[in-house]
Design a protein around this ligand. Structure first.
Ligand code: SF4
Length: 406
């Protein structure tokens, strides 16, 4: 099977959130939300910029009072990315956010319930060509639906909530819509999105709501979002973490890159898990490398491997890598040894080589060194390690002997 083609994506309509396309064949986008008071324009803008730098394509800000709406009027023109106003309970805040010039609204059908108000907001959004996300949330489901489904939040109830809202929008001929059916339960949200994607072709915004702090929150959000993306469902995603929202934006971006759904922007650092063969503290070197590459836009795969015995082979597809051996680091490019460096220079050299490859290409990098010589040095350390450790680097044989003597 050819995995390079990626996941087949379900065809959805396309809408524009400001200048960012969502749905259709547009790249899947990353969203996050500010946690500042929206009325605090400078603090909110600073966070919007941080989120955009971390990979967010669209940022949502709460619009919970008129001061927030006034803040949005100043934030929107200065923002590097489109701004979505998050509206709960008060339809007037939606109208105020539209006046402020936001590029999208998010309405929760569970707490803006008056059909007249819903239609008025949709009409106003239509007049301005501004899309609305129907943001159904398992935790704040419309009370009528909650009762109808036996006091339980079910995927069917969540989908019905979205469809009810769509029906109101249809009455005013408004169709600039994207939809989310989030829940904090991963199985519930997966099933809700699956059912929703069967009955609609509006773009879908994926998320596991209230996923919690990392690492548990990251795992829950990834489990839900990645499962759906692998099924071709989803046009825009948000990690809802109890953490600095920059982590949300980074996680969203990294997930899409890892799944091959967005072009790589930063380094993809791979590292071995370490074992008894390791010639260096792999965790520490990987950590240092992550820090060193953190603010660099180098879309290469970089490998940190604990030993020269297996490292270069196991990471032969990496653009550049380093494997430790005999207090030295063996650098390799596309599986070919290129240089031997001192152990304490491993990370600096990785960065230097990665930067060179990014600027000039792997061929040019290989052409500037004696690869044969580097390979001979690596083979020397490899042979030495094999002689010292043999095939049983974790010394399991000795342990087994000890156990047998008990
Ligand atoms: S064999 Fe070498 S490369 Fe593989 S996990 Fe162990 S130390 Fe890392």
């Amino acid at each position: 099977m050819d995995v390079s083609a990626g996941f087949e994506r379900k065809k959805t309509r396309q809408i524009m959130v400001g200048d960012v396309a969502v749905g259709g064949d547009a790249p899947i986008t990353v969203q996050s939300m500010t946690i500042t008071k929206t009325a605090d324009v400078e603090a909110t803008l600073q966070q919007v910029y941080s989120l955009a730098a971390a990979g967010a394509d669209i940022v949502r800000c709460t619009c919970n009072d008129f001061a927030a709406a006034e803040g949005l009027a100043q934030i929107v023109p200065r923002s590097p990315v489109p701004i979505v106003a998050d509206i709960h309970h008060q339809y007037k805040m939606a109208l105020a956010a539209l006046e402020a010039g936001v590029q999208c609204l998010r309405l929760n059908p569970g707490n803006i319930k008056n059909p007249k108000h819903i239609k008025l907001v949709a009409q106003e959004a239509k007049d301005r060509n501004v899309p609305i996300r129907i943001g159904v949330n398992g935790g704040s489901l419309h009370p009528d639906l909650y009762a109808k489904y036996g006091g339980k939040v079910t995927p069917e109830a969540m989908v019905e909530s979205a469809q009810d809202e769509l029906a109101y929008f249809a009455e005013v001929d408004f169709d600039l819509v994207k939809i989310s059916v989030k829940a904090s339960s991963v199985p519930l949200m997966i099933e809700a999105y699956r059912q929703l994607s069967e009955v609609t072709d509006y773009p879908l915004h994926l998320g596991v709501t209230e996923a919690g702090p990392p690492p548990g929150g990251l795992i829950k959000a990834t489990a839900g979002i990645a499962t759906l993306l692998a099924e071709g469902i989803g046009d825009t995603i948000r990690y809802s973490l109890t953490a600095d929202p920059v982590q949300e934006a980074k996680a969203g971006r990294q997930l899409l890159e890892a799944m091959g759904l967005r072009e790589r922007k930063n380094v993809d650092l791979i590292a071995c898990p370490s074992c008894g063969r390791a010639e260096v503290d792999v965790y520490a070197v990987a950590e240092q490398a992550m820090e060193a590459f953190a603010d660099k836009e180098i879309p290469l795969q970089v490998a940190v491997m604990g030993c020269v015995v297996n490292g270069p082979g196991e990471a032969r597809d990496a653009d550049i890598g380093i494997a430790a051996g005999n207090k030295r680091g063996h650098l390799f490019v596309k599986g070919q040894n290129v240089a031997v460096v001192a152990e304490d220079e491993m990370v600096d050299q990785l960065v230097e080589w990665a930067t060179y490859i990014n600027d000039h290409g792997a061929e040019a990098a290989l052409a500037r060194v004696d690869t044969q010589k580097a390979a001979r040095e690596a083979e020397k350390d490899r042979a030495r390690l094999l002689e010292l450790q043999g095939d049983d680097a974790n010394d399991s044989g000795t342990r087994v002997d000890l156990i047998r003597k008990l």
